[in-house]
Write a protein that binds this ligand. Structure first.
Ligand code: FCB
Length: 500
């Protein structure tokens, strides 16, 4: 049976659709006219259908989250920091990719991004003002180890120390991702993730960070979405390093997983017993597109590629056999799995970070189809129930490991109105529905402790450049002025009340 190679609808894997979809158009219409056309029609209440202003009462649904539930937001280094050549930062694969003509929309790059490297302190004030209690950000590997191995850049490390201290001074808990796709270019030049050595270089870098920040960072995430690097970076070529090589793609999967395990081991000696480490995985609930036995069967394998390929080795210590067998048709992955690798990959972790954006529907032919409204991100389908399904499925198949949601969000065609506000009602509806589905999962016993909305602010959205706005906070890129959108104000209310 064909694997999902070249077919996945999960993330920017299909050609960009021409024109707006009905769902996007309805969101845009709402933004432009103030007429609320529900994008999540099934779960919006009748009052939403007539009231164009955001729901002023965050307790409207009466859902109360457990005491101690932590609300936050997420960003990543290349998407916000800018200062690409400042204070000794080395180039990463994303610098190279973005500067290659035709790779990123409008030829945009992360050179300046939201200038967070310079504006970090006022950005932290904003996080505080919004009431967020956890901030998930990533460290730029080439800012700390510019060549990917070798000398550590003190100035780079100092930046993250200032950031973490600044968070703590404001009573905001830092959650640090070690790798959000910005492989140092020097490592890419000698094979990047295709080269097993990169996993060891990553572990060395992880140890440097643990030693420097281990006393002040309670939650560490190793790799962000290794699957996206495999699929977008090595199958479709839509992300750095821009390859289309299915043989290499699954070798890259293994080496990233190995890097995760080696990093966990390398960090431990520097961390206290309460400090937690885990991976950040984008998970997709997979459903048969119809009732046929073929669709059911194809969905099992699809789920293997999307979820079990990453969850099983980390949490169960083995690769899923159906995926290994299928991959063997086109990739030498198995020859790269050395004795002892799975013990390393399954080194104990205390936290699983879940990133949920959309479900996948699979036909008997192994193709994907769309069943729900999409968004400005052509790969997204809006389906809040998928959040419930993926969270409860983790509990069923992988037990009660502590979970955190580290990404979930919606891009909207946000515009600043003449009154200086950004009325992103579509985002509010999206978040409310996903929070409600999450609440149901918690009620059903899922061990979820925190939720980070993607993203704190508008930023460089990879190959879409700055066109897609995912932030709770609007960024005017010309002036770098930050303006909390209606969703940010609404979210502050949710946090204040710890409920909807
Ligand atoms: C996730 C990425 C994040 C951002 C969101 C929209 O897959 O981790 O950087 O691009 O999608």
């Amino acid at each position: 049976m064909p694997g999902p190679v070249g077919r996945s609808l999960t993330r920017r894997a299909v050609p960009r659709r021409a024109g707006w979809t009905a769902a996007y158009a309805s969101t845009a219409a709402r933004a432009a006219t103030g007429v609320a056309t529900p994008i999540v029609a099934a779960t919006l209440t009748s009052s939403d259908a007539t009231d164009p202003t955001p729901d002023p009462s965050p307790t409207a649904t009466g859902l109360q989250f457990p005491d101690g539930f932590v609300w936050g937001a997420a960003t990543s280094a290349y998407q916000i920091e800018g200062a690409a050549a400042v204070d000794g930062r080395g180039p990463s694969v994303w610098d190279t990719f973005a500067k290659t003509p035709g790779r990123v929309r409008n030829g945009e790059t992360g050179d300046v991004a939201t200038d967070h490297y310079r504006r970090w302190s006022t950005d932290l004030d904003l996080i505080k003002e919004l009431g967020l209690r956890s901030y998930r950000f990533s460290v730029s590997w080439p800012r700390v180890v510019p060549g990917g191995s070798g000398p550590v850049n003190r100035k780079g490390l100092d930046f993250y120390r200032r950031l973490v201290d600044g968070l703590r001074e404001r009573d905001i808990t830092p959650m640090v991702t070690l790798y959000h796709w910005d492989t140092p270019q020097e490592l890419q030049d000698i094979g990047g993730w295709e080269n097993r050595d990169t996993a060891f270089r990553f572990a060395e870098y992880a140890a440097v960070l643990a030693e420097a920040l281990g006393d002040v960072v309670p939650n560490w995430l190793t790799l962000n979405e290794p699957k996206t690097v495999v699929q977008n970076g090595y199958l479709y070529g839509s992300h750095a390093p821009g390859k289309r090589d299915e043989a290499a793609a699954y070798v890259v999967a293994h080496h990233q997983l190995l890097a995760h395990g080696l990093a966990v081991q390398a960090m431990r000696p520097h961390l206290g017993p309460q400090t937690r480490i885990g991976p950040a995985l984008n998970l997709h609930p997979c459903y048969p597109a119809d009732e046929s036995a073929e669709a059911q069967q194809a969905t099992v394998l699809y789920d293997g590629y999307e979820n079990r390929l990453y969850l099983d080795p980390i949490l169960k210590g083995h690769y899923p056999q159906d995926v290994l067998d299928d991959v063997a048709r086109f990739s030498p992955m198995q020859q790269h799995i050395k004795d002892g690798d799975l013990e390393v990959i399954s080194s104990p972790v205390e936290l699983l970070a879940v990133q949920y954006y959309c479900p996948i529907y699979v036909t008997g032919a192994g193709e994907t189809v769309r069943k729900h409204p999409t968004s400005e991100a052509f790969w997204q389908q809006i389906y809040p129930e998928g959040m419930y399904d993926i969270l409860t499925r983790i509990k069923k198949d992988y037990g009660d490991i502590a979970l955190t949601i580290t990404e979930n969000g919606l891009p909207c065609p946000d515009v600043m109105g003449p009154d200086g506000t950004v009325q992103d009602t579509g985002r509010i509806a999206f978040l409310r529905d996903h929070f409600a589905a999450t609440h149901r999962a918690i009620t059903d016993g899922v061990n979820l402790e925190s939720y980070h909305v993607w993203s704190l602010m508008d930023n460089f959205e990879w190959q879409e450049g700055y066109d897609e706005r995912w932030g709770l906070v609007y960024v005017d890129y010309a002036s770098q002025q930050r303006t909390p959108k209606a969703s940010a104000r609404w979210y502050s209310g949710v946090i204040r009340d710890n409920g909807l």
